[in-house]
Design a protein around this ligand. Structure first.
Ligand code: DAK
Length: 265
């Protein structure tokens, strides 16, 4: 992995942990963080040993307190547009990343922080996590996909309530509305994300990654096209050794030993 000034990246037993490491600025997303996230995810995409990614913030106050307001404050129109394109590009890269990405959220996940968590596949929160889209209070709207991803995750009415009021909600409320999938004690946060990663790692990597693609792309289609796409992806699974092994192991009443090899039988 490259050396980064705003990220820490570790990898162990198939799980890479990407830590956004600007605790003094509550891990706010400036151009450097966005550039480094882009490089880190590019490198993890081609790193065969990293099969699940966990994204977390450093320090005990914030996951990410949003885009860096001090950097944005004096941007002109061109700089604002370039910053938005950079952010949207990175968030889309995470959303479409060919492996599962789990956000582990402790403390503030505001603005771009909530948006980057929403670009991940699964969100685990500590019971001290706080979520919100405060942009309208800054004279802007959520611009890293928030108006789109929040509405898709929690429904239009709830997304409008949160975005129009800029209300900050706590972890139990985030769980209730479906913004996060699990809430645990702060000290258990990383362990819980790792436990989920471990359960995913026991399954066919090929099937898991294809399921991500089918869900993500299908959600952008109408039902007939999405069903057709699902059938196409389902068929693709039959080109993998994992499909043969998974079904053979079932018939032989043993646990499967997946190779992750995508090879035509
Ligand atoms: N940017 C830069 N610095 C930040 C920051 C941020 N978003 N959030 C916090 N910090 C810095 C503070 O300035 C402070 O720095 P020092 O004064 O110590 O140097 C340090 O982190 C600690 O923060 P506080 O002293 O404020 O800590 P508190 O516990 O009192 O308050 C807080 C925590 C999270 C409630 C508060 O810091 C806060 O309200 N932060 C701002 C939250 C926010 O509004 N976030 C949303 C940002 S808007 C775009 C696309 C997307 C976006 C923008 C553009 N385009 C399409 C162009 C996204 C926008 C956003 O994310």
């Amino acid at each position: 992995m490259s050396e980064f000034s705003t990220l820490l990246v570790t990898e162990e037993n198939g799980v890479a942990v990407v830590t956004i490491n600007r605790p003094k600025a509550l891990n706010a997303l400036n151009s450097t963080v966005l550039d480094e996230l882009s490089v880190a995810f590019d490198e993890l995409a081609v790193n065969d040993s990293a099969k699940v990614i966990i994204l977390i913030g450093s320090g005990d106050k914030a996951f990410v307190a949003g885009a860096d307001i001090t950097q944005m404050k004096d941007m002109n129109v061109i700089e604002g547009k370039l910053f938005a394109e950079k952010g949207q590009h990175v968030f889309t890269k995470i959303e479409q990343f060919p492996k599962p990405v789990i956000a582990a959220v402790h403390g503030f996940a505001l603005g771009g922080g909530c948006e980057i968590a929403m670009a991940c596949d699964i969100r685990v929160a500590s019971d001290a996590a706080k979520f919100g889209q405060p942009e309208v209070g800054l004279g802007i709207i959520p611009g890293f996909g928030g108006t789109q991803r929040l509405a898709r995750l929690v429904g239009r009415g709830m997304a409008k309530l949160l975005i129009y009021t800029a209300d900050i909600i706590d972890a139990p409320e985030a769980l209730r509305i479906g913004l996060v999938q699990k809430v645990v004690a702060p000290e258990a946060l990383l362990a819980e994300a790792q436990a989920i990663a471990k359960r995913i790692l026991k399954k066919s990597t090929i099937a898991v990654n294809l399921a991500k693609d089918a869900i993500n792309r299908g959600m952008e289609m109408d039902i007939p096209n999405a069903m057709q796409y699902e059938a196409y992806i389902f068929g693709t699974c039959f080109a993998s050794e994992d499909q043969t092994e998974g079904m053979t192991a079932f018939v032989e009443k043993r646990k499967p030993a997946f190779s992750g090899v995508f090879a035509k039988k």
